[in-house]
Design a protein around this ligand. Structure first.
Ligand code: PEP
Ligand code: MG
Length: 325
């Protein structure tokens, strides 16, 4: 089986009936790049930059961040790299920031919420990543956007830094793509409006599921309720993809669900453009996609979206695609 997958390393990701998608990887640090390239990634769909801020005792400087981001884009050799601004808080603690403990960290002061408040931290990161953007194909993505003000404010701050760079003749990519995570139900519901604000979406299924079904993503006791096949989750994902395409922007997924072999057929049928996952799943996913006829599954999509239970959807998909786990 492993040998079969290996043949797919340097291939494009194309379904049996010729639909082409991007198959990219999630990383946390520059040192992850080796395994990403060994597994045939077409780019990085999620660079979780918060890891650069964790397990140390003070904030990384602009220069340290610049070096890390530059290393990633250079090693990826002009392949796309989606760099996500820090998503600290929730399950990702950073003791030296001295943030007070919260009753509900997953609903609390984290990610873009903290960045718009602590603009010193945010602006330093934006400067570092804009500088790195002239060394490869860097795209910037904002996490945990829940309303329009947040994305507009984040874009405004980025614009201010661009103006400052121009005035000071600091090089950067003036056409850098700006995207946002869709990982909060309010953003999914309003995705038609958000699609006018950005160049791309990436669906964060880990959080989108957690917030849609109100199940802590790390709580084993209720893990049975954390279901990527929950029809409510699938309808939201379908809405997000439709709204993105209506505005002509591309949409990816970077949560764990993007590598689920029974979900991939549904995501392909919905028209997802980019699948970002742990490097170890890439070749298996490319092989799977090459075996699927997307247009056949698309015919069944209206019926799938009317089903009442996740289990029913999963069984139906296994049956029509012949996927065995
Ligand atoms: C997600 O929420 O799906 C996601 C990719 O972000 P993280 O897992 O870092 O919260
Ligand atoms: Mg998330």
């Amino acid at each position: 089986q492993l040998l079969v997958y290996k043949k797919y390393k340097d291939k494009k990701t194309v379904s049996k009936d010729g639909i082409n998608v991007e198959l990219v990887a999630n990383i946390g640090m520059p040192s992850d790049i080796k395994s990403v390239l060994n597994n045939g990634a077409e780019g990085i769909g999620l660079y979780r930059t918060e890891f650069l801020f964790m397990e140390r005792d003070k904030l990384p400087t602009e220069e340290e961040q610049f070096q890390a981001y530059k290393e990633v884009v250079e090693k990826m050799d002009n392949k796309p790299v989606v760099l996500r601004t820090i998503d600290i808080g929730g399950d990702k603690e950073v003791p030296y920031l001295g943030l007070p403990a919260e009753m509900n960290p997953f609903l609390g002061y984290r990610a873009i919420r903290m960045c718009l408040d602590r603009q010193d931290i945010f602006r330093t990161q934006l400067r570092a990543l804009l500088r790195a953007s002239s060394y490869g194909n860097l795209k910037i993505m904002f996490p945990m956007i829940s309303n329009i003000d947040e994305i507009q404010e984040a874009k405004k701050i980025l614009e201010e830094i661009k103006v400052d760079f121009k005035n000071n003749e600091i090089l950067f990519n003036e056409n850098i793509e700006i995207g946002m995570m869709i990982e909060i139900p309010s953003a999914a519901i309003m995705s038609d409006v958000f699609a006018k604000e950005v160049n791309f979406f990436s669906i964060g299924s880990n959080d989108l599921i957690q917030y849609t079904v109100a199940v802590d993503r790390g709580n084993d006791k209720i893990a049975n309720l954390y279901d990527e096949f929950n029809p409510a989750v699938l309808r939201l994902i379908d809405t997000i993809i439709k709204n993105a395409h209506k505005e002509g922007i591309w949409v990816g997924m970077c949560g764990e669900a993007a590598s689920n072999s029974e979900l991939i057929p549904i995501l392909l049928a919905m028209g997802l453009d980019e699948f970002s996952m742990n490097a170890s799943f890439l070749l298996q996913a490319r092989y799977l996609i090459s075996q699927l006829s997307v247009n056949d599954i698309k015919q069944e999509l209206p019926q799938i979206l009317q089903m009442k239970k996740g289990k029913q959807i999963q069984n139906f998909i296994s049956k029509i695609t012949n996927i065995k786990n």
